[in-house]
Design a protein around this ligand. Structure first.
Ligand code: ADP
Ligand code: MG
Length: 315
């Protein structure tokens, strides 16, 4: 068996088979059927070893996270995931590594009824690109926020930043934070639940402030953020002994929570979205007519946030 026979054999172990995949892995093209009255939402992200994940991360986590970050983009658009293609570049076809990689990838794919439908395989430094395809009837765009809208985020911020510290030999990190960094949960159900209400949405990959800046730029507005409203996990607060590093939680990124805006009149619908998804949703600020992002402390004083988020974890 050649290296590539081995890879194809492993890729064919996926249990998820969708009826809309007319031809999957093995032919020149995948042949797919898009449901009537839907648009195709497509997104691609690349993860490079040593840049987007530590060289020492487990193969399982790398497989999981590579898909998670792509499904997170679909979630932010309010799309229902369907298919993925995978471009895998690796130094050698290590069977044990590949088995764990596909196990991680397929475990998340199965959760979201996603099928791998094709890709490409090359030799070189470890790098994984995934293109995710999903369906939408009405997409949530970055450009729809308007002055007066409430800014909301899901769950908590900052845990992924702590998760990375466990790779830097900090032994005092809670397992939940390591998991948030290694295997973030894409908020697909939340994207679908807020679709009717959200005026804009983005997933938090580069840090809340940088990501809100994308919404502000595309919506031509500003944002006021209230730092005492930023949701932090108990694990995060415990690590910092009661004085949590709020700037890190706002700027590190890698949390893959959703940040979205809603018209104030929809505030009452937040509880419905919370019960539909089982996720905490917190209003942390408001869209303004200005063009800058201002952060306020509990005394209503402006705090200068100069660290606007990292390009990569070692950036
Ligand atoms: P080609 O020479 O036409 O590019 P390949 O040998 O690269 O064909 O691929 C053969 C089949 O295997 C194609 O259907 C392709 O989509 C699939 N494939 C190759 N690499 C991957 C991968 N990493 N993940 C999923 N499918 C793959
Ligand atoms: Mg090829």
């Amino acid at each position: 068996m050649t290296e590539f026979d081995l890879i194809y054999q492993l890729l064919n172990t996926q249990s998820n088979q969708r009826a809309d995949v007319l031809t999957g892995i093995g032919d020149d093209c995948a042949i797919l059927s898009v449901p009537e009255n839907h648009s195709l939402a497509v997104s691609m992200d690349t993860l490079v070893a040593g840049v987007h994940f530590p060289e020492t991360a487990s193969a399982y986590s790398i497989g999981y996270k590579s898909l998670a970050v792509n499904l997170s983009d679909l979630a932010a658009s309010g799309a229902m995931p369907a298919w993925i293609t995978l471009s895998l570049t690796m130094p050698a076809a290590d069977e044990d590594w590949l088995k764990e990689f596909v196990r991680g990838l397929f475990s998340l794919a199965k959760k979201h009824n996603v099928q791998l439908i094709g890709g490409d395989t090359c030799k070189g430094p470890l790098s994984i690109s995934i293109q995710a395809h999903g369906f939408v009837t009405k997409a949530i765009l970055r450009s729809g926020a308007k002055a007066g809208d409430l800014i909301c985020v899901s769950e908590t911020l900052g845990d992924a930043a702590l998760g990375l510290k466990s790779y830097q030999c900090d032994t005092g990190i809670d397992a939940s934070c390591i998991r948030q960094f290694d295997q973030p949960e894409p908020r697909v159900n939340l994207g679908l639940a807020i679709n009717d209400y959200a005026t804009s949405c983005i997933d938090i990959s580069d840090g809340l402030i940088s990501d809100i800046a994308h919404i502000c730029k595309q919506s031509q507005c500003g944002a006021d953020i209230f730092l005492n409203k930023i949701p932090l996990s108990d694990a995060y607060k415990t690590y910092y002994n009661g004085t949590p590093d709020i700037i890190q939680a706002l700027s590190f990124g890698d949390d893959y929570e959703l940040c979205f805006t809603i018209d104030k009149s929809n505030k009452k619908n937040l509880d419905k979205m919370i019960s539909e998804t089982g996720l905490n949703l917190t209003c942390i600020g408001e869209i303004t007519t200005k063009t800058d992002i201002r952060c306020f402390n509990q005394n209503n004083e402006i705090v200068d946030i100069s660290r606007r988020g990292f390009e990569h974890f070692n950036g």
